[in-house]
Design a protein around this ligand. Structure first.
Ligand code: NAD
Length: 442
Protein backbone atom coordinates (compact mmCIF):
# COMPACT_ATOMS: atom_id res chain seq x y z
CA UNK A 1 0.00 0.00 0.00
CA UNK A 2 1.08 3.58 -0.61
CA UNK A 3 1.03 5.99 2.28
CA UNK A 4 2.58 9.18 3.59
CA UNK A 5 3.75 9.86 7.13
CA UNK A 6 3.58 13.57 7.89
CA UNK A 7 5.87 14.68 10.72
CA UNK A 8 9.02 12.55 10.93
CA UNK A 9 9.90 13.06 14.58
CA UNK A 10 10.01 10.20 17.07
CA UNK A 11 6.69 8.64 16.15
CA UNK A 12 6.75 9.46 12.44
CA UNK A 13 10.27 8.19 11.75
CA UNK A 14 9.62 4.90 13.50
CA UNK A 15 6.18 4.49 11.90
CA UNK A 16 7.53 5.27 8.41
CA UNK A 17 10.48 2.89 8.75
CA UNK A 18 8.31 0.07 10.13
CA UNK A 19 5.62 0.52 7.47
CA UNK A 20 8.31 0.31 4.76
CA UNK A 21 9.70 -2.80 6.42
CA UNK A 22 6.27 -4.43 6.26
CA UNK A 23 6.40 -3.83 2.51
CA UNK A 24 4.42 -0.61 2.07
CA UNK A 25 5.59 2.27 -0.11
CA UNK A 26 6.13 5.19 2.23
CA UNK A 27 6.79 8.88 1.74
CA UNK A 28 7.84 10.71 4.92
CA UNK A 29 7.16 14.45 5.08
CA UNK A 30 8.61 17.08 7.40
CA UNK A 31 9.02 20.84 7.39
CA UNK A 32 12.55 20.43 8.78
CA UNK A 33 14.69 20.25 5.63
CA UNK A 34 17.82 19.15 7.51
CA UNK A 35 15.95 16.27 9.10
CA UNK A 36 14.54 15.24 5.73
CA UNK A 37 18.01 15.28 4.16
CA UNK A 38 19.41 13.08 6.96
CA UNK A 39 16.50 10.65 6.73
CA UNK A 40 16.81 10.46 2.95
CA UNK A 41 20.44 9.46 3.48
CA UNK A 42 19.26 6.70 5.84
CA UNK A 43 20.32 8.50 9.04
CA UNK A 44 17.90 8.41 11.99
CA UNK A 45 17.46 11.69 13.89
CA UNK A 46 17.11 9.79 17.18
CA UNK A 47 18.56 6.84 19.04
CA UNK A 48 16.25 3.85 18.97
CA UNK A 49 17.29 0.23 18.84
CA UNK A 50 16.92 -1.28 15.35
CA UNK A 51 15.85 1.98 13.72
CA UNK A 52 19.05 2.68 11.76
CA UNK A 53 18.92 -0.73 10.11
CA UNK A 54 15.23 -0.41 9.17
CA UNK A 55 15.75 3.06 7.75
CA UNK A 56 18.77 2.03 5.73
CA UNK A 57 17.04 -1.01 4.27
CA UNK A 58 13.83 0.88 3.48
CA UNK A 59 15.71 3.69 1.76
CA UNK A 60 17.99 1.39 -0.21
CA UNK A 61 15.06 -0.79 -1.29
CA UNK A 62 13.34 2.36 -2.61
CA UNK A 63 10.24 1.79 -0.47
CA UNK A 64 11.02 4.69 1.84
CA UNK A 65 11.52 8.26 0.65
CA UNK A 66 11.36 11.65 2.30
CA UNK A 67 10.29 15.12 1.20
CA UNK A 68 9.38 18.54 2.53
CA UNK A 69 6.56 18.93 0.00
CA UNK A 70 2.93 18.42 1.05
CA UNK A 71 1.96 18.76 -2.64
CA UNK A 72 4.15 15.76 -3.45
CA UNK A 73 2.59 13.90 -0.51
CA UNK A 74 -0.98 14.59 -1.66
CA UNK A 75 -0.14 13.34 -5.15
CA UNK A 76 1.73 10.27 -3.87
CA UNK A 77 -0.99 8.48 -1.89
CA UNK A 78 -4.58 8.40 -0.68
CA UNK A 79 -3.59 7.40 2.84
CA UNK A 80 -1.90 9.99 5.06
CA UNK A 81 -0.74 9.50 8.65
CA UNK A 82 -0.35 12.67 10.74
CA UNK A 83 2.45 12.29 13.32
CA UNK A 84 3.32 15.91 14.14
CA UNK A 85 3.87 17.12 17.69
CA UNK A 86 1.08 18.23 20.03
CA UNK A 87 3.03 19.99 22.81
CA UNK A 88 1.56 21.91 25.71
CA UNK A 89 0.27 25.35 24.70
CA UNK A 90 2.68 28.12 25.67
CA UNK A 91 -0.21 30.04 27.27
CA UNK A 92 -1.99 27.25 29.14
CA UNK A 93 -2.35 23.58 30.02
CA UNK A 94 -4.17 22.44 26.86
CA UNK A 95 -2.60 20.84 23.78
CA UNK A 96 -1.15 23.12 21.12
CA UNK A 97 -2.77 21.87 17.92
CA UNK A 98 -1.17 24.36 15.57
CA UNK A 99 1.03 21.72 13.87
CA UNK A 100 -1.87 19.32 13.30
CA UNK A 101 -3.99 22.19 11.98
CA UNK A 102 -1.25 23.42 9.66
CA UNK A 103 -0.91 19.95 8.12
CA UNK A 104 -4.65 19.82 7.45
CA UNK A 105 -4.69 23.35 6.03
CA UNK A 106 -1.63 22.56 3.90
CA UNK A 107 -2.62 19.21 2.48
CA UNK A 108 -6.42 19.63 2.55
CA UNK A 109 -6.87 21.58 -0.70
CA UNK A 110 -4.55 19.16 -2.51
CA UNK A 111 -6.09 15.88 -1.35
CA UNK A 112 -7.56 13.55 -3.93
CA UNK A 113 -11.20 12.48 -3.53
CA UNK A 114 -11.44 9.39 -1.36
CA UNK A 115 -8.28 10.23 0.60
CA UNK A 116 -8.12 9.02 4.20
CA UNK A 117 -6.29 11.21 6.73
CA UNK A 118 -5.31 9.24 9.85
CA UNK A 119 -4.14 10.96 13.00
CA UNK A 120 -1.54 9.22 15.15
CA UNK A 121 -0.65 12.28 17.21
CA UNK A 122 -2.06 12.40 20.75
CA UNK A 123 -4.91 14.93 20.68
CA UNK A 124 -7.79 16.18 22.83
CA UNK A 125 -11.00 14.24 22.29
CA UNK A 126 -13.06 15.89 19.56
CA UNK A 127 -10.08 16.84 17.37
CA UNK A 128 -10.84 14.26 14.66
CA UNK A 129 -14.44 15.48 14.43
CA UNK A 130 -13.27 19.09 14.16
CA UNK A 131 -10.73 18.23 11.45
CA UNK A 132 -13.34 16.19 9.57
CA UNK A 133 -15.53 19.30 9.53
CA UNK A 134 -12.66 21.38 8.16
CA UNK A 135 -11.82 18.81 5.48
CA UNK A 136 -15.47 18.66 4.44
CA UNK A 137 -14.91 22.25 3.25
CA UNK A 138 -11.35 21.91 1.95
CA UNK A 139 -11.59 18.46 0.35
CA UNK A 140 -15.10 17.05 0.00
CA UNK A 141 -15.22 13.26 -0.23
CA UNK A 142 -12.24 12.72 2.09
CA UNK A 143 -12.33 11.17 5.54
CA UNK A 144 -10.58 11.45 8.92
CA UNK A 145 -9.71 8.54 11.23
CA UNK A 146 -7.70 8.31 14.47
CA UNK A 147 -5.19 5.55 15.16
CA UNK A 148 -3.34 6.58 18.33
CA UNK A 149 0.26 5.56 18.86
CA UNK A 150 1.31 3.62 21.98
CA UNK A 151 5.02 3.09 21.30
CA UNK A 152 7.44 3.62 24.17
CA UNK A 153 10.69 5.47 23.60
CA UNK A 154 13.50 2.99 24.14
CA UNK A 155 11.58 0.13 22.49
CA UNK A 156 9.80 2.05 19.75
CA UNK A 157 10.59 -0.26 16.83
CA UNK A 158 9.65 -3.37 18.78
CA UNK A 159 6.44 -1.73 20.01
CA UNK A 160 5.45 -0.72 16.48
CA UNK A 161 6.09 -4.17 15.03
CA UNK A 162 4.60 -6.02 18.01
CA UNK A 163 2.03 -3.74 19.60
CA UNK A 164 -0.12 -5.05 22.44
CA UNK A 165 -3.18 -3.67 20.70
CA UNK A 166 -4.23 -1.52 17.78
CA UNK A 167 -6.91 1.10 18.19
CA UNK A 168 -8.68 2.26 15.06
CA UNK A 169 -11.17 5.11 15.33
CA UNK A 170 -13.16 5.37 12.13
CA UNK A 171 -16.41 6.67 10.71
CA UNK A 172 -16.83 4.11 7.92
CA UNK A 173 -16.30 0.42 7.18
CA UNK A 174 -14.08 1.40 4.28
CA UNK A 175 -11.65 3.28 6.55
CA UNK A 176 -11.69 0.37 9.01
CA UNK A 177 -10.84 -2.12 6.26
CA UNK A 178 -8.09 0.10 4.90
CA UNK A 179 -6.40 0.49 8.28
CA UNK A 180 -6.72 -3.20 9.07
CA UNK A 181 -5.01 -3.89 5.73
CA UNK A 182 -2.14 -1.55 6.65
CA UNK A 183 -1.43 -3.59 9.76
CA UNK A 184 -1.74 -7.01 8.13
CA UNK A 185 1.30 -8.66 9.82
CA UNK A 186 0.10 -7.56 13.26
CA UNK A 187 -3.38 -8.92 12.57
CA UNK A 188 -1.90 -12.18 11.31
CA UNK A 189 0.06 -12.42 14.59
CA UNK A 190 -3.23 -12.23 16.48
CA UNK A 191 -2.74 -8.76 17.95
CA UNK A 192 -6.14 -7.45 19.09
CA UNK A 193 -7.63 -4.64 17.03
CA UNK A 194 -10.20 -2.34 18.65
CA UNK A 195 -12.30 -0.66 16.00
CA UNK A 196 -14.33 2.19 17.39
CA UNK A 197 -15.38 5.77 16.71
CA UNK A 198 -12.67 8.47 16.49
CA UNK A 199 -13.61 10.08 19.84
CA UNK A 200 -13.19 6.81 21.74
CA UNK A 201 -9.88 6.14 19.97
CA UNK A 202 -8.59 9.60 20.94
CA UNK A 203 -9.64 8.95 24.53
CA UNK A 204 -8.05 5.48 24.77
CA UNK A 205 -4.65 7.10 24.31
CA UNK A 206 -4.99 9.89 26.87
CA UNK A 207 -6.80 7.66 29.38
CA UNK A 208 -3.98 5.08 29.12
CA UNK A 209 -1.29 7.69 29.72
CA UNK A 210 -3.29 9.21 32.57
CA UNK A 211 -3.60 5.78 34.21
CA UNK A 212 0.14 5.04 33.93
CA UNK A 213 1.09 8.51 35.21
CA UNK A 214 -1.28 7.98 38.14
CA UNK A 215 0.36 4.67 38.98
CA UNK A 216 3.81 6.30 39.06
CA UNK A 217 2.63 9.22 41.17
CA UNK A 218 0.78 6.85 43.49
CA UNK A 219 3.93 4.95 44.36
CA UNK A 220 5.87 8.21 44.70
CA UNK A 221 3.24 9.49 47.11
CA UNK A 222 3.77 6.25 49.06
CA UNK A 223 7.52 7.01 49.06
CA UNK A 224 6.79 10.30 50.78
CA UNK A 225 4.67 8.52 53.40
CA UNK A 226 7.43 5.92 53.84
CA UNK A 227 9.97 8.70 54.44
CA UNK A 228 7.78 10.05 57.24
CA UNK A 229 6.96 6.63 58.68
CA UNK A 230 10.44 5.12 58.45
CA UNK A 231 9.23 2.44 56.03
CA UNK A 232 10.81 1.13 52.80
CA UNK A 233 8.93 2.03 49.62
CA UNK A 234 10.88 -0.43 47.44
CA UNK A 235 9.64 -3.38 49.50
CA UNK A 236 6.16 -1.86 49.64
CA UNK A 237 6.11 -1.48 45.82
CA UNK A 238 7.34 -5.02 45.22
CA UNK A 239 4.81 -6.48 47.63
CA UNK A 240 1.98 -4.41 46.12
CA UNK A 241 3.06 -5.35 42.60
CA UNK A 242 2.96 -9.06 43.43
CA UNK A 243 -0.82 -8.71 43.56
CA UNK A 244 -1.89 -9.60 40.02
CA UNK A 245 -4.69 -7.04 40.20
CA UNK A 246 -2.05 -4.33 40.68
CA UNK A 247 0.99 -5.65 38.80
CA UNK A 248 4.62 -4.52 39.19
CA UNK A 249 4.93 -2.30 36.12
CA UNK A 250 5.04 1.48 36.53
CA UNK A 251 5.40 0.99 40.26
CA UNK A 252 9.05 2.06 40.48
CA UNK A 253 9.38 4.75 43.14
CA UNK A 254 11.79 7.54 42.33
CA UNK A 255 12.26 10.83 40.58
CA UNK A 256 9.03 10.56 38.62
CA UNK A 257 8.05 10.79 34.98
CA UNK A 258 9.06 13.27 32.31
CA UNK A 259 9.52 13.21 28.58
CA UNK A 260 7.42 14.63 25.81
CA UNK A 261 4.22 12.72 26.61
CA UNK A 262 3.02 12.05 30.17
CA UNK A 263 3.34 15.57 31.64
CA UNK A 264 1.71 17.38 28.73
CA UNK A 265 -0.83 14.62 28.08
CA UNK A 266 -2.28 14.63 31.60
CA UNK A 267 -2.44 18.45 31.58
CA UNK A 268 -4.13 18.50 28.17
CA UNK A 269 -6.57 15.78 29.27
CA UNK A 270 -7.58 17.74 32.37
CA UNK A 271 -7.93 20.95 30.32
CA UNK A 272 -10.09 19.24 27.67
CA UNK A 273 -12.27 17.55 30.30
CA UNK A 274 -12.86 20.98 31.86
CA UNK A 275 -13.91 22.38 28.47
CA UNK A 276 -16.36 19.48 28.17
CA UNK A 277 -17.80 20.10 31.65
CA UNK A 278 -16.20 16.90 32.99
CA UNK A 279 -13.30 18.54 34.80
CA UNK A 280 -14.30 17.17 38.17
CA UNK A 281 -14.00 13.59 36.87
CA UNK A 282 -10.28 13.98 36.23
CA UNK A 283 -9.43 16.61 38.85
CA UNK A 284 -7.14 14.00 40.45
CA UNK A 285 -4.78 14.46 37.49
CA UNK A 286 -3.77 17.86 38.88
CA UNK A 287 -2.64 16.04 42.04
CA UNK A 288 -0.83 13.39 39.95
CA UNK A 289 1.04 16.23 38.24
CA UNK A 290 1.84 17.96 41.55
CA UNK A 291 3.15 14.75 43.14
CA UNK A 292 5.34 14.18 40.09
CA UNK A 293 6.81 17.68 40.06
CA UNK A 294 7.41 17.45 43.81
CA UNK A 295 9.77 14.47 43.36
CA UNK A 296 12.26 16.69 41.53
CA UNK A 297 12.14 19.19 44.36
CA UNK A 298 12.44 16.44 46.97
CA UNK A 299 15.51 15.08 45.20
CA UNK A 300 17.18 18.50 45.08
CA UNK A 301 16.26 19.15 48.75
CA UNK A 302 17.63 15.78 49.81
CA UNK A 303 20.84 16.30 47.85
CA UNK A 304 21.35 19.74 49.41
CA UNK A 305 20.74 18.31 52.86
CA UNK A 306 23.29 15.53 52.22
CA UNK A 307 25.81 18.20 51.27
CA UNK A 308 25.33 19.88 54.61
CA UNK A 309 22.76 22.47 53.58
CA UNK A 310 24.27 24.06 50.50
CA UNK A 311 25.36 23.23 46.97
CA UNK A 312 27.67 26.23 46.84
CA UNK A 313 31.25 25.24 46.05
CA UNK A 314 30.39 21.53 45.97
CA UNK A 315 31.12 19.09 43.18
CA UNK A 316 28.26 16.83 42.06
CA UNK A 317 28.57 13.86 39.71
CA UNK A 318 25.33 13.08 37.86
CA UNK A 319 24.50 9.70 36.38
CA UNK A 320 21.91 10.17 33.65
CA UNK A 321 20.41 12.96 31.57
CA UNK A 322 17.81 11.17 29.42
CA UNK A 323 14.24 11.27 30.69
CA UNK A 324 14.35 7.48 30.77
CA UNK A 325 16.79 4.70 29.88
CA UNK A 326 17.00 3.49 26.29
CA UNK A 327 16.31 6.95 24.89
CA UNK A 328 18.38 10.00 24.01
CA UNK A 329 15.36 12.24 24.62
CA UNK A 330 15.81 14.94 27.27
CA UNK A 331 12.48 16.71 26.78
CA UNK A 332 11.18 17.57 30.27
CA UNK A 333 13.80 15.20 31.71
CA UNK A 334 13.62 14.97 35.53
CA UNK A 335 17.34 14.08 35.56
CA UNK A 336 18.37 17.19 33.68
CA UNK A 337 16.04 19.36 35.76
CA UNK A 338 17.71 18.15 38.99
CA UNK A 339 21.22 18.56 37.54
CA UNK A 340 20.41 22.11 36.38
CA UNK A 341 18.88 23.01 39.76
CA UNK A 342 22.02 21.83 41.61
CA UNK A 343 24.21 23.86 39.26
CA UNK A 344 21.94 26.92 39.65
CA UNK A 345 22.46 26.69 43.44
CA UNK A 346 26.22 26.86 43.03
CA UNK A 347 27.39 23.25 42.56
CA UNK A 348 29.88 22.28 39.87
CA UNK A 349 27.89 19.56 38.10
CA UNK A 350 29.34 17.02 35.70
CA UNK A 351 26.81 14.85 33.87
CA UNK A 352 27.23 11.40 32.33
CA UNK A 353 24.76 9.76 29.97
CA UNK A 354 25.45 6.95 27.50
CA UNK A 355 23.19 8.35 24.75
CA UNK A 356 21.67 11.72 25.50
CA UNK A 357 24.69 14.03 25.80
CA UNK A 358 24.17 15.88 22.50
CA UNK A 359 20.55 16.64 23.30
CA UNK A 360 21.40 17.47 26.92
CA UNK A 361 24.14 19.87 25.83
CA UNK A 362 21.72 21.63 23.49
CA UNK A 363 19.07 21.89 26.23
CA UNK A 364 21.39 22.85 29.15
CA UNK A 365 24.63 24.22 27.72
CA UNK A 366 25.90 25.41 31.13
CA UNK A 367 26.37 21.92 32.57
CA UNK A 368 29.57 19.94 32.01
CA UNK A 369 29.22 16.62 30.20
CA UNK A 370 31.28 13.50 29.80
CA UNK A 371 30.91 10.04 28.30
CA UNK A 372 33.02 8.58 31.08
CA UNK A 373 31.41 7.64 34.44
CA UNK A 374 34.61 8.03 36.55
CA UNK A 375 35.23 11.46 34.97
CA UNK A 376 31.70 12.55 35.85
CA UNK A 377 32.33 11.55 39.46
CA UNK A 378 35.95 12.70 39.81
CA UNK A 379 36.38 14.69 43.04
CA UNK A 380 32.62 14.61 43.70
CA UNK A 381 31.17 15.40 47.11
CA UNK A 382 27.96 13.65 46.04
CA UNK A 383 26.89 11.34 43.21
CA UNK A 384 23.29 11.54 42.01
CA UNK A 385 21.77 8.55 40.20
CA UNK A 386 19.00 10.12 38.11
CA UNK A 387 18.29 7.92 35.05
CA UNK A 388 17.83 4.17 35.36
CA UNK A 389 20.32 3.09 32.65
CA UNK A 390 21.33 -0.58 33.07
CA UNK A 391 24.98 0.54 32.73
CA UNK A 392 24.77 2.16 36.16
CA UNK A 393 23.79 -1.10 37.82
CA UNK A 394 27.03 -2.56 36.40
CA UNK A 395 29.26 0.12 37.98
CA UNK A 396 31.89 -1.25 40.37
CA UNK A 397 31.23 0.85 43.50
CA UNK A 398 34.68 0.09 44.91
CA UNK A 399 36.42 1.45 41.82
CA UNK A 400 34.20 4.54 41.76
CA UNK A 401 34.89 5.15 45.46
CA UNK A 402 38.52 5.69 44.44
CA UNK A 403 37.77 8.73 42.27
CA UNK A 404 35.24 10.72 44.36
CA UNK A 405 36.12 13.06 47.22
CA UNK A 406 33.33 11.67 49.43
CA UNK A 407 31.69 8.28 48.75
CA UNK A 408 28.12 9.55 49.09
CA UNK A 409 25.40 8.58 46.60
CA UNK A 410 21.71 9.46 46.33
CA UNK A 411 19.89 6.82 44.30
CA UNK A 412 16.89 8.81 43.07
CA UNK A 413 15.77 5.86 40.92
CA UNK A 414 15.86 3.20 43.63
CA UNK A 415 17.53 0.73 41.30
CA UNK A 416 21.09 0.34 42.60
CA UNK A 417 22.04 -2.31 45.14
CA UNK A 418 22.50 -0.56 48.51
CA UNK A 419 24.36 -3.51 49.98
CA UNK A 420 27.02 -3.58 47.24
CA UNK A 421 27.55 0.19 47.50
CA UNK A 422 27.57 0.09 51.28
CA UNK A 423 30.10 -2.75 51.30
CA UNK A 424 32.36 -0.64 49.08
CA UNK A 425 32.34 2.13 51.68
CA UNK A 426 29.65 4.35 50.24
CA UNK A 427 27.03 6.18 52.26
CA UNK A 428 24.00 5.12 50.24
CA UNK A 429 20.86 7.24 50.37
CA UNK A 430 17.54 6.88 48.59
CA UNK A 431 14.08 8.46 48.58
CA UNK A 432 11.45 6.58 50.56
CA UNK A 433 13.92 4.20 52.24
CA UNK A 434 15.18 4.43 55.80
CA UNK A 435 18.86 4.13 56.62
CA UNK A 436 18.19 0.85 58.41
CA UNK A 437 17.28 -0.86 55.14
CA UNK A 438 19.72 0.79 52.74
CA UNK A 439 22.49 0.30 55.29
CA UNK A 440 26.06 1.03 54.34
CA UNK A 441 28.41 3.55 55.86
CA UNK A 442 26.84 6.67 57.35
P1 NAD B 1 8.43 15.19 17.57
O1 NAD B 1 8.48 16.56 18.12
O2 NAD B 1 9.59 14.26 17.78
O3 NAD B 1 8.20 15.26 16.00
C1 NAD B 1 7.29 16.09 15.38
C2 NAD B 1 7.77 16.31 13.95
O4 NAD B 1 6.73 16.98 13.22
C3 NAD B 1 9.01 17.19 13.85
O5 NAD B 1 10.00 16.54 13.09
C4 NAD B 1 8.50 18.47 13.17
O6 NAD B 1 9.48 19.09 12.35
C5 NAD B 1 7.36 17.91 12.35
N1 NAD B 1 6.37 18.90 11.91
C6 NAD B 1 5.83 19.94 12.59
N2 NAD B 1 4.94 20.59 11.83
C7 NAD B 1 4.91 19.96 10.63
C8 NAD B 1 4.17 20.15 9.43
N3 NAD B 1 3.30 21.15 9.33
N4 NAD B 1 4.39 19.31 8.42
C9 NAD B 1 5.28 18.29 8.53
N5 NAD B 1 6.00 18.06 9.64
C10 NAD B 1 5.81 18.88 10.69
O7 NAD B 1 7.10 14.54 18.14
P2 NAD B 1 6.86 13.00 18.56
O8 NAD B 1 7.52 12.73 19.86
O9 NAD B 1 7.14 12.13 17.39
O10 NAD B 1 5.29 13.03 18.84
C11 NAD B 1 4.35 13.16 17.80
C12 NAD B 1 2.97 12.91 18.36
O11 NAD B 1 2.87 11.54 18.80
C13 NAD B 1 2.61 13.75 19.58
O12 NAD B 1 1.24 14.02 19.56
C14 NAD B 1 2.95 12.84 20.74
O13 NAD B 1 2.21 13.16 21.91
C15 NAD B 1 2.53 11.50 20.18
N6 NAD B 1 3.22 10.34 20.76
C16 NAD B 1 4.55 10.42 21.05
C17 NAD B 1 5.20 9.30 21.56
C18 NAD B 1 6.67 9.35 21.94
O14 NAD B 1 7.11 8.44 22.65
N7 NAD B 1 7.44 10.34 21.48
C19 NAD B 1 4.48 8.11 21.80
C20 NAD B 1 3.14 8.06 21.45
C21 NAD B 1 2.52 9.19 20.94
Amino acid sequence: MRMTVIGTGYVGTVHAACMADIGHEVLGVDIDAERVAALAAGRAPLHEQGLDALLASGVSAGRLRFTTSLAEAAAFANLHFICVGTPQRPDGAGADLRYVDSVVEGIGPRLRPGALVVGKSTVPVGTAARLAGRLADLAPGTEVAWNPEFLREGSAVHDTMHPERLVIGVSSDRADALLRAVYWPMRRAGIPVFSTDPATAELVKVASNAFLATKISFVNAMAEVCDSAGADVTVLARAMGADSRIGPQFLDPGLGFGGSCFPKDIRAFAARAEELGAGEAVAFLHEVDRINTRQRRRTVDRARELLGGTFAGRRVGVLGAAFKPGSDDVRDSPALAVAAAAQAEGAAVRVHDPQALDNARAACPDLTYTLDVPKACEGADLVLHLTQWPEYRAIDPAALAGVVRTPLILDARNSLDPRAWGAAGWAFRALGRPLSTVGGAS
